[in-house]
Design a protein around this ligand. Structure first.
Ligand code: C5J
Length: 228
């Protein structure tokens, strides 16, 4: 066990039972012309998470850790998209509409894919999720249990939406989640702060909050020998 500096308190973690999960670092959320921008957001606000995420990703790869990427999106025929989601709000383009990066939030389109800086490499599972939570209607839980994972290091966007929803789902399933604050971002900086505050409140009611630097301090520079 190693101890990661975190709030509300340092957490002992077993790195052999830990996975890094990077939530929805997709062009549709981070680049102009995607889903995030159609909702009226300034997508440049999410860029701050990319550099810290990349450092963590490189270090986790070097350490031989299980790395999972998620993508929010839907089937091209929209059969997995609730009408209540498609009709929500007043976006300039709805889910499924043709945009500059292909159809908005549709699997297989350029906008749906992960940004080049954090692109998955061979062997890193990608979970396609129709909802905000990474466990809803996916095989993520089965995959984590097959690998004996008990701890999740969580990065991604947006802090208060898909990161928070996924952490809450993971917490209910018995995983200990450590959210790396600088590896997450929101279109609303105040929601980012509150999203993190809600996770760590009441003695880590949903999980712990740490940082890329604190993780790098405890990750081995060489591949771990993982035991079943
Ligand atoms: C949103 C997400 N914000 N990945 N999705 O709709 O947080």
């Amino acid at each position: 066990m190693v101890i990661i500096k975190a709030e509300p308190e340092p957490l002992p973690i077993d790195l052999a039972r830990t996975a890094l999960i990077i939530i929805d670092m997709q062009r549709d959320f981070l680049e102009p012309g995607g889903f995030g921008e159609t909702l009226g957001n300034d997508v440049s606000l999410l860029a701050r998470a990319v550099g810290p995420c990349r450092k963590v990703l490189d270090a986790a790869r070097a350490a031989g850790m299980l790395i999972i990427h998620t993508r929010e999106g839907h089937r091209p025929d929209l059969t997995d998209a609730p009408i209540a989601k498609v009709e929500r709000g007043k976006p300039s383009m709805r889910i499924g509409a043709p945009g500059p990066m292909g159809r908005i939030l549709i699997r297989g389109e350029a906008g749906h894919d992960i940004i080049p800086e954090l692109y998955p490499v061979h062997g890193e599972p990608v979970i396609d999720k129709p909802g905000k939570g990474a466990f809803y209607a996916t095989d993520l839980d089965a995959l984590l249990r097959n690998f004996g994972i008990q701890y999740l290091l969580v990065c991604g966007v947006t802090t208060e939406v898909c990161v928070n929803t996924s952490v809450r789902e993971a917490n209910d399933r018995g995983y200990r989640c450590v959210v790396l604050a600088d590896c997450c971002a929101s279109y609303f900086p105040e929601f980012h702060e509150m999203g993190l505050a809600m996770i760590k409140a009441q003695g880590a009611i949903f999980g712990w909050v740490s940082s890329a630097q604190h993780l790098l301090e405890i990750l081995p520079a060489q591949k771990m020998v993982l035991t079943a």
